[in-house]
Design a protein around this ligand. Structure first.
Ligand code: WTA
Length: 692
């Protein structure tokens, strides 16, 4: 392999040769390729010729500059945004190497800007005020609304003025617990406008999870709504908030205000429980404020938001992103990975409660002045064709979704897809977990009519934006591979001793050097930040993912290598589920592992040990699951509870998860050596109880 000075493996020379007509591709002919590695899906010449990055050579040129001269590369891009004051002195400074001192990352230090201003005011000033910023589609077909950039700015300013008026200041935290109403991106942008730090909590988290986050970030204000319809189910969000606040107040916490949006189609205000003095109806106060507001100019390194994510302990991690670098990175990754053009209509099916909704519903697209579809409901409500109905209704050109959704709609059959035209679609995107080749093919052949490149984007809450992702039009894709690194990103694969591996290899995925969208710390716990991400392989950022690189230099993500599982693209810490299970009075010990799941990617498989004398029963199984729903949320409910009178442990008391994973996936002939167990009999016992 020829290795360039930037540690990048060039794909083979054949990528530079004239491309075969994409109709000749083996995938399209329905033939199995010799191997996944040889399964190349070429973009059409028509697509490539109009693409922002039309060829691999052009990518290489840009990529090389981005890693050899990051300051030049990123400051050219940053110059396209508005800075009240330019950064000085350097584009990047910092240290990632724990052996040399504390980890600190700074981009555009000294620069003064505001991301809300760059999303809204800047686009309006450049003549796009009348362009649609948000098409909102409600849960019920027929319920919809839209806002132009000018109207969105007005709404954001009113809320910003209200928040300022009640005393929210730069640096204060605001917790947002909202479903996908327009008010969710409005609330995020309003916080950003006044320099407040938003912390969006996915509205599927339980009261206890909300309380845990309140206790950690101590928000001045909480923004929520009274209720929401999800599919045909009514969910009382305000009730969840109420019990979270009751719990936090027992910890001595007191909230400035609970701003509650009256989501009328779901629930009238009269039916909502109310705490006078603390609770305020959004509709009663916000519209009274002026529709313009001053911008709070902030430092590039001032915090923009906090987003909690799961790690390998029971306590969620408050990932902190700052303003300047995140702004430049989310905007640039959006633009290139979706080959964004001003005429595009973009729909990301993710919820703003996750990082995808931060970077690719709100900030990335709006920094580009894009038209964004925000959908409140479920993708299969009222029927499995809803997503394609939305695509046709808004003439969506860029569709960004998750493999789990692709797989679940694939199971419903092609007739739900074929009823719709989908001819507006141009680029498809995937995120959240490795997309299996069969789902990839269905997405490509059926949804995209074999026309639309798929951007399989690998990234994380921590990375702020795409790290490894195809630039559609620039090179052939391989179904299941996220392909090549984004500009400025230097992936390395290391072995368990931290040695960098070369050429074709597999191991742990790390990143060398920094990129603008990198998170800067874990809120209130910089030590955990260093320990979890920078100490495992000193000198690198450790992603927690396994990865291999094939003969052509393509990257293939293979899933988490830590105690995090990925269920329907949601990151769940096994320790969090375990702690929820043992909170049940009848459960003394629990061990949770991930197992392969046809639709969700991974399912949650829980081994539980019950208190002495408590018999296992169906009723108990249900109440254990309920304990998890209550502590975390319904999305973390175990798929299987396996009664375990004992767990396989080493003599020093460590649970051997390797064995549990094999039992959970019924690979009983691959249990391996069990002789080091304190009590090898527990394995047979567990196997005997597998289908109990
Ligand atoms: C996984 C979501 C393979 C991965 C943006 C990562 C993926 C975790 C992909 C981060 C992909 C995400 N291919 N794996 N395209 N995208 N992952 O923080 O294991 O919710 O570490 O961020 O999801 O999940 P998070």
């Amino acid at each position: 392999t020829s290795r360039s000075m930037v540690n990048f493996y060039y794909p083979p020379h054949n990528l530079g040769l004239p491309k075969p007509k994409h109709q000749l591709n083996a995938v399209l002919l329905g033939q199995a390729p010799a191997s996944e590695e040889d399964d190349l899906v070429f973009p059409s010449p028509e697509f490539s010729s109009q693409a922002l990055v039309p060829s691999f050579n052009q990518y290489m040129e840009m990529y090389k500059r981005s890693v050899e001269d990051p300051a030049g590369f990123w400051s050219d891009i940053a110059a396209q945004f508005y800075w009240k004051c330019r950064w000085d002195p350097s584009v990047y400074s910092g240290n990632l190497d724990v052996r040399k001192g504390n980890v600190n990352i700074k981009w555009f230090e000294g620069g003064i800007t505001n991301i809300c201003y760059n999303c809204l005011d800047r686009n309006i000033e450049s003549g796009n005020g009348d362009k649609i910023a948000i098409y909102w589609e409600g849960n019920e077909p027929g319920a919809d609304a839209s806002l132009t950039y000018t109207q969105l700015l007005q709404r954001v300013c009113q809320l910003a003025n209200y928040l300022k008026d009640i005393g929210v200041k730069k640096g204060d935290a605001v917790l947002i617990y909202l479903p996908m109403l327009m008010e969710l991106p409005i609330a995020m942008l309003a916080c950003a406008r006044i320099g407040a730090i938003h912390s969006v909590v996915f509205a599927g988290f339980s009261a206890e999870s909300v309380a845990q986050r309140i206790n950690d970030c101590k928000p001045k204000v909480l923004i929520t709504c009274n209720a929401v319809m999800r599919g045909s189910k009514l969910i009382h969000l305000k009730q969840i908030v109420d019990s979270a606040l009751t719990e936090s107040s027992q910890n001595g916490f007191s909230l400035g205000a609970c701003l509650t949006y009256e989501n009328k189609p779901a629930m009238k205000r009269e039916a909502t429980e109310w705490q006078v003095g603390r609770d305020v109806w959004w509709q009663d106060v916000v519209p009274k404020y002026p529709t313009t507001s001053e911008v709070e100019w902030v430092d590039a390194e001032d915090p923009l938001f906090l987003l909690y994510t799961s790690g390998s302990t029971g306590k969620p991690k408050g990932v902190l992103h700052t303003t300047g670098g995140y702004m430049i990175y989310s905007a640039t990754t959006f633009k290139y990975a979706f080959d964004y053009k001003a005429e595009d209509v973009y729909w990301c099916t993710a919820d703003c409660g996750w990082i995808t909704g931060h970077s690719y519903v709100t900030y990335g697209p709006m920094l580009n002045g894009a038209t964004v579809v925000v959908y409140e409901g479920a993708p299969n409500y009222p029927d499995p064709g809803r997503s394609w109905a939305i695509v046709d209704k808004y003439k969506v050109t860029l569709l960004y979704t998750a493999p789990t959704l692709v797989r679940s709609l694939m199971r419903e059959g092609n007739e739900h897809v074929n009823r719709y035209s989908r001819k507006s679609l141009r680029v498809l995107g995937s995120v959240g977990e490795p997309i299996n080749p069969s789902a990839w093919r269905w997405f490509y052949n059926v949804i995209g009519d074999s026309r639309c490149p798929i951007s399989d984007t690998w990234w994380q809450t921590e990375t702020g934006g795409f790290m490894i992702a195809p630039l559609p039009g620039a090179w052939p894709q391989k179904p299941g591979s996220a392909t090549f690194p984004f500009f400025g990103v230097q992936p390395v694969i290391v072995d368990d001793k931290g040695n960098e591996l070369e050429g074709e290899c597999s191991g742990y995925l790390c990143i060398k050097g920094s990129w603008p969208g990198a998170f800067r710390t874990l809120f209130g716990d910089h030590e955990r930040y260093e320990t979890a991400y920078f100490k495992p392989f000193p000198g690198y950022y450790f992603s927690g993912d396994g990865c291999s690189r094939d003969k052509d230099g393509y990257y293939w993500l293979t899933g988490r290598v830590d105690d995090v599982i990925n269920v329907s693209g949601h990151r769940i810490g096994t320790a969090e589920v375990e702690s929820a299970l043992v909170s049940h009075s009848h459960c003394t010990e629990a061990a949770v592992v991930g197992v392969e799941h046809e639709v969700k990617g991974q399912g949650i498989y829980a081994f539980v040990t019950l208190a002495e004398g408590v018999p296992y029963s169906e009723e108990l199984r249900k109440s254990l699951i309920l304990a998890v729903r209550k502590q975390i949320g319904a999305f973390a409910a175990p798929d299987k509870i396996h009664w375990a009178p004992g767990l396989p442990k080493t003599r020093s008391g460590k649970i051997m998860r390797r064995i549990l994973r094999k039992i959970a996936s019924r690979q009983l002939d691959e249990l391996g050596d069990t002789s080091s167990l304190a009590d090898p009999n527990v394995v047979d016992q567990l196997i005997a109880l597998a289908d109990h």
